[in-house]
Design a binder for this molecule. Structure first.
Ligand code: GLC
Length: 586
């Protein structure tokens, strides 16, 4: 390929250079809302890193990650340049859903340490400029929560109304789908002769938000943690909290559109406004919703500033694309990001992410995990995420390009969601071989394997027996090795984080897609005040050309995951998974 490139070819060597020109007055006068100071917030500019605590670092050899393990890795966190940490739940819990089933919201599960350890961990993060985001799981509690245990005892118990019940004398309740339980969303309790509702597992009864006492309990929990100093909240499964408690019949097959039928219930906005007044505003914290309803309007109604409800949301369209091994086209991928960006260009704010604890590894779903292309494709994806508008969320290990593990048989799975889906597929009579192929590809257990710190036993995660099998590739993919290699995924990630933090344009700049129908490359510009940058990404394992007039105005390179950058007239030749950001000349 290289020999074919004519002599006109210009090889521009990487030069990181910041344009220091001031904004001209006329541009200041026309500053849009999205560039005004009142629109700017720390949580929009933040670079978030998600820690799954039981898989991050084990300090005491019990095989589970813990707070002191995180404390040991504070230098590492700081070295990434990240400015926010969201940690998955670590509260007291029977761990049916790895902590998303809380039995005491104000106590720490001993596996993770003590409240003192928590405080030390959070304070130390904050003293290094890292804000702490708490996971609040209040659509449901654990069935071992004292409230639920009492509620089950009798209909006269004061906690009975903390949950949703269907008295058995009315017959069987109208069908409700459960995301984790093949038997459906209601379960019977003999002691009070009622069925309780659970959107997730049987062990996760839904709290009754229509009861003002429940809401006060939740605000009380949030205040408890806000007083300890947390900077924000991630509201788990939050779109589901309000329900039509007459429980009308839903049509057969309705669950195909789950968010529409179960999300954004009748009083959700009233509750959010109440929460804002009670907690968000007085404690000056922010909250991000998991889920955003089923329309753009739903999402705006949750997060627009004048609503005084939540401040940010994340929707699932980005990850839904990648749920099957058959994949998606790059044009589809671009369309999803572009339409969401357009809808939120002037008002509202979203999270930008491609993976988290509910998905398999980023590089398997959107990049290329083969030894040849894993490094460059992971770098390309991290470049993409850090150059989009929205608060970027990076899941632990993705800064190394950690990959899926191979789990072909159901016996190895422990996750309540995987087991539930397996049961449902069997019930529907699906081809179970095909089902296992997809599960092996998309199961969230892939994304929960221990962090790969070095090439010692268990990847340096634990001196004991790890709760979850360490990925076999840890000798090749680990922090220690990548730290030393200037071209590693890790060091590229650090550069990219710094670039985003140094360039407001990457946070607030207007986005414009340039190559809508190209199925190999993704090219877009970001513009802010009088500046413009160009982002060029090759999503394939071969060279790919981008021919656009804008190429004539390419200026300094800000980042490049290759040593070379090939331009020929109006054409850029991108190497496999090459990712480049450059300034544009006026
Ligand atoms: C959310 C969490 C997921 C959990 C579920 C039930 O979707 O992200 O991990 O299983 O809620 O709490």
């Amino acid at each position: 390929m290289k020999q074919l490139i004519p002599t006109l070819l210009i090889i521009i060597v990487i030069m990181s250079c910041v344009d220091k020109k001031k904004t001209p007055n006329n541009a200041v006068a026309t500053l849009k809302m999205s560039q005004s100071d009142s629109f700017k917030k720390w949580w929009k500019e933040g670079v978030l890193y998600q820690i799954y605590p039981q898989s991050f670092n084990d300090s005491n050899g019990d095989g589970f990650g813990d707070f002191r393990g995180v404390i040991e890795k504070l230098d590492y966190l700081e070295s990434l340049g990240i400015t926010m940490v969201w940690m998955n739940p670590f509260f007291e819990s029977p761990l049916v859903d790895n902590g998303y089933d809380v039995s005491n919201y104000k106590a720490i599960h001993p596996r993770y340490g003590t409240m003192e350890d928590f405080q030390e961990m959070m304070d130390s993060m904050q003293s290094r400029g890292i804000k702490f985001i708490l996971d609040v799981v209040v659509n449901h509690s654990s069935n071992e929560h004292e409230w639920f245990k009492q509620a089950c005892s009798s209909r006269d118990n004061k906690y009975y109304d903390y949950y949703h019940w269907w008295p058995a004398e009315k017959g069987k309740p109208p069908h409700r789908h459960s995301l984790f339980d093949p038997e459906g969303g209601w379960d019977y309790v003999e002691a009070n002769n009622s069925y309780y509702l659970h959107t997730f597992a049987e062990a996760q009864p839904d709290l009754n938000w229509e009861n003002p006492k429940v809401r006060q309990e939740v605000y009380d929990i949030m205040k408890f943690w806000a007083e300890k100093g947390v900077d924000g909240f991630r509201m788990d499964a939050f779109q589901f909290v309000s329900k039509d408690t007459t429980f009308p019949q839903f049509p057969t097959g309705h669950e195909e559109n789950f968010a529409k039928w179960y999300g954004m219930g009748p009083h959700l906005h009233d509750y959010l406004k109440e929460m804002y007044k009670e907690v968000i505003e007085p404690y000056d914290v922010f909250a991000v919703s998991e889920g955003s309803g089923s329309t753009f309007q739903d999402a705006h109604d949750l997060v627009d500033a004048d609503r005084n409800e939540l401040q940010m949301a994340y929707h699932f369209d980005y990850v839904t694309l990648s749920r099957t091994p058959e994949g998606y086209t790059l044009a589809d991928f671009k369309e999803v990001f572009t339409k969401w960006d357009k809808e939120f260009a002037e008002e509202g704010w979203l999270a930008i992410f491609l993976s988290n604890h509910d998905n398999s590894r980023l590089v398997n779903r959107f990049g290329n995990p083969s030894p040849e292309f894993r490094r460059v494709s992971a770098q390309m994806l991290n470049t993409f995420l850090m150059s989009m508008r929205g608060t970027t969320y990076t899941y632990y290990g993705d800064e190394l390009g950690m990959t899926n593990i191979d789990m072909p048989t159901i016996e190895e799975y422990v996750d309540v969601s995987a087991l539930g889906e397996y049961g449902m597929a069997k019930k529907r009579g699906e081809d179970m071989e095909e089902f296992m192929r997809t599960l092996n590809y998309n199961s969230r257990e892939n994304g929960r394997t221990p962090m790969q710190w070095d090439d010692s036993k268990n990847a340096g995660f634990t001196t004991g027996i790890p709760w979850k099998r360490v990925n076999d590739n840890y000798k090749d993919i680990n922090v220690a090795a990548q730290d030393k290699d200037p071209n590693s995924v890790l060091n590229h990630f650090r550069k990219m984080v710094k670039l985003r933090k140094d360039h407001e344009i990457l946070v607030y700049g207007a986005y414009e897609l340039l190559d809508k129908t190209n199925n190999e490359t993704y090219c877009f510009t970001r513009s802010f005040e009088d500046k413009k940058v160009l982002v060029l990404l090759n999503f394939t394992d071969h060279d790919s050309n981008v021919s656009l007039p804008i190429v004539n105005t390419i200026g300094d390179l800000l980042i490049n995951n290759y040593n070379e950058f090939m331009v020929n007239g109006e054409t850029v030749i991108l190497k496999p998974y090459q990712a480049v950001i450059c300034n544009l000349k006026k």
